[in-house]
Design a protein around this ligand. Structure first.
Ligand code: CP
Ligand code: NVA
Length: 303
């Protein structure tokens, strides 16, 4: 693995398998009450520009369970908000911390920070990608389905940061991924093109039923991501046929699982009935963020 985890496009299949195995081992250890203090005396910084419940908390608990500490840094309270250069901030933080996770808008900001930082930098969500979420979601897929090979994975809705990270994962792991997105809200073509050169059976369609047909995994996310709040009403109109509901789930395999990274908007992108129904694995997804974040910290901090 590289020094940083900025995008899944930088990881290959074996890198991801290492993380899945490490996360499962750490989960088993935690459940049996056995600690792995691999971050003893070490500090994780969390620099966040956007809201978070799950990612912030699971990274904080991950550092604590590994014997380290975490320090939450709201970017607006730092000197960056008063124009201290990113590269200076990255070098300052590198003198105090052992690893930093950043949630921000721009992927370019994250890359500039990582370039100047001496410590590992983790993408905790940008407008472009949400790599840690997709790694933990794949851990949930492995647990529920016994692996990821031969599965048909569907993505319904926006061609957003989550969709982009699923595309990158599909390319590295040779997954069959069909994304149904409305015209004008397709995934970034450059990400699709570069994934197509690597592997996987990745297809973008406009018909949600085509994506859901015989799927083993049905995945969705909010229609308006953080930073797009002003587009909420317009997006609700465009995306209304892409809702994950019982009618759509009837097209998937009977034992298909339904995934959502949360927070969910009930009865918008997913019905309350499906979210609360027997096929939903959203609470396991939430828990697995903790175990995957421990694996990521363990691998990046200790190798
Ligand atoms: N899924 C996820 O990233 O949730 P938060 O925005 O609460 O961190
Ligand atoms: N696509 C969503 C994911 C939230 C975890 C967003 O960026 O707001």
């Amino acid at each position: 693995m590289n020094k940083d985890l900025l995008t899944l496009a930088a990881l290959d299949g074996p890198d991801m398998d290492t993380l899945f195995e490490r996360a499962q081992a750490l989960k088993d250890r935690q459940k049996s009450g056995e600690a792995r203090p691999s971050m003893l005396g070490k500090s994780l910084g969390l620099v966040f520009d956007k809201h978070s419940t799950r990612t912030r908390l699971s990274f904080e608990v991950a550092a604590i369970q590994l014997g380290g500490v975490s320090i939450f840094i709201s970017s607006k309270d730092t000197q960056m908000a008063r124009n201290e250069p990113v590269k200076d901030t990255a070098r300052v933080l590198s003198r105090y911390l052992d690893v930093v996770a950043i949630r921000t808008y721009s992927q370019a900001f994250l890359e500039e920070f990582a370039e100047a930082a001496d410590i590992p930098v983790i993408n905790a969500l940008t407008d472009m990608y949400h790599p840690c979420q997709v790694l933990s979601d794949l851990l949930t897929v492995i647990e529920k389905k016994g692996g990821y090979k031969e599965l048909k994975i569907a993505w319904l809705g926006d061609g957003n940061n989550m969709a982009h990270s699923w595309i990158n994962a599909a390319a590295a792991l040779d997954l069959t991924l069909t994304l149904a997105c409305p015209e004008g809200y397709l995934p970034d073509d450059r990400i699709l093109q570069s994934a197509a050169k690597k592997g996987g059976q990745i297809k973008v369609v406009q018909d949600p039923y085509e994506a859901a047909k015989d799927a083993d995994v049905v995945n969705t996310d909010v229609w308006a991501s953080m930073g797009q709040e002003s587009e909420q009403a317009q997006r609700e109109a465009v995306f209304k046929d892409f809702q994950v509901n019982q009618e759509l789930m009837a097209k998937a395999k009977p034992d298909a699982i339904v995934m959502h990274c949360l927070p969910a908007h009930r009865d918008e992108e997913i019905t309350d009935e499906v979210l609360e129904g027997p096929q939903s694995v959203v609470w396991d997804q939430t828990e697995n963020k903790l175990h995957m974040h421990k694996a990521i910290l363990d691998v990046l901090v200790n190798g």
